[in-house]
Design a protein around this ligand. Structure first.
Ligand SMILES: Nc1ncnc2c1ncn2[C@@H]1O[C@H](COP(=O)(O)OP(=O)(O)OP(=O)(O)O)[C@@H](O)[C@H]1O
Ligand SMILES: [Mg+2]
Length: 336
């Protein structure tokens, strides 16, 4: 079988996978796992992989990926070239059904701020890209008894997250260029877990570095704020897992002491401060965006902050926006 193309959008909050279907069908698989990971092993559960321990760096690093425990923060600057990042990607690929494969053609991403140099040239940051590739090539071994081995990569490529989202918009699912939309000047707003990235894509080809900005505004801020509000309202000091907070923000329901509690009012309050920061950031960088063909909203926050896209007459939330970067990388990989 030829190399399987697998694209991962490895974010601070979630690893999204879009890749060749292991069952051989044409429909790519799409899966996301939370970037919830901590050092050490907490007892391995095989099967669905709810708790899975891995080792890397020749056994010097052991980490466990699990939704059920509160993970360590992924929000540090070296994340993209860390053992943590490498293990999360390996785990996501095993969960997606690529365990045991040895010919994966892997595409991963970097935010605009890392993909391009932060100087006047704003050229591709080849040095950092090479570091990320080298990091991903270090083997990872699953310590889950009976679990499939982590896949091996025949090749590793790195794309730019915001450009990938643009490609998701500009190229359809049959890998054909879309003719029905203007593509000369398009802004991409990626509202992620840790950061919101704004990138302006010119002529369908390149990012305008002066118009591309990143700010630490994201859905994880809302989740953290919600945790504080729950602690205050229910007079507790317990910590909550990524899974708990994610569900509570998405559904407005929190399970406490084994019972469901409505917390939608707390979610709205937690959203308000972040939402205001987002509105200000978007206005500051894009104005009213009348000079853009479209403003594309992607990332998990695009759904949560749906009203942000309404701030612009030409605002559009891409389908299933959490997966836009990974889907775009997958399309790009097919065209490359
Ligand atoms: N409909 C939704 N409602 C609430 N939260 C959501 C929704 N969809 C996704 N999320 C959450 O939004 C967050 C951001 O998701 P996303 O996958 O864009 O983050 P990321 O790419 O990992 O972060 P970053 O881009 O900062 O690295 C996640 O915590 C995700 O669980
Ligand atoms: Mg992201």
């Amino acid at each position: 079988m030829p190399n399987d193309i697998v694209a991962v959008d490895d974010g601070y909050a979630q690893i999204k996978v879009v890749g060749a279907n292991p069952d051989g069908s044409n429909k790519p698989i799409m899966l996301s796992i939370r970037s919830s990971i901590r050092h050490g092993s907490i007892g391995s559960v095989s099967g669905s992989g709810a708790i899975a321990t891995y080792e890397t760096d020749d056994g010097a690093t052991k980490m466990t990926v699990s939704d059920e425990v509160s993970g360590e923060s992924t929000q540090f600057d070296g994340f993209h070239t860390s053992s943590m990042n490498r293990i999360l990607i390996a785990h996501a690929l095993v969960e997606a059904g690529y365990g045991g494969k040895d010919d994966i053609n892997l595409w991963a991403g970097l935010p605009v701020a890392n993909f391009f140099k932060n100087d006047e040239s704003a050229s591709r940051n080849d040095e950092f890209i090479a570091q990320k590739i080298a990091n991903l090539k270090i083997p990872v071994r699953s310590l889950v008894p009976g679990a499939a081995p982590c896949p091996k990569y025949a090749d590793v490529h790195i794309g730019c997250q915001a450009l990938a989202a643009f490609i998701d918009y500009a190229v359809d699912d049959d890998f054909q260029d879309r003719q029905d939309v203007g593509l000369d000047r398009v802004a991409v707003v990626d509202i992620g877990g840790r950061t919101t990235d704004i990138a302006v894509v010119l002529g369908g080809q390149r990012c305008d570095p002066t118009a591309s900005k990143t700010r630490n505004i994201g859905v994880l801020d809302v989740q953290k704020d919600l945790a504080r509000r729950i602690q205050k309202k229910f007079e507790v000091s317990d910590s909550y897992s990524a899974d708990f907070l994610d569900k509570a923000v998405r559904t407005g329901v929190a399970k406490l002491w084994g019972q469901d509690f409505q917390v939608s009012d707390l979610v709205e309050e937690a959203k308000a401060a972040t939402s205001q920061k987002l509105t200000n950031f978007l206005s500051e960088i894009l104005g009213s965006a009348s000079n853009m063909d479209a403003v594309l909203f992607v990332g998990g926050g695009a759904t949560l902050f749906e009203q942000s896209s309404k701030q612009f007459r030409n605002g559009k939330i891409l389908d299933n926006p959490e997966f836009a970067n990974a889907r775009g990388l997958y399309k790009y990989a097919h065209l490359a």
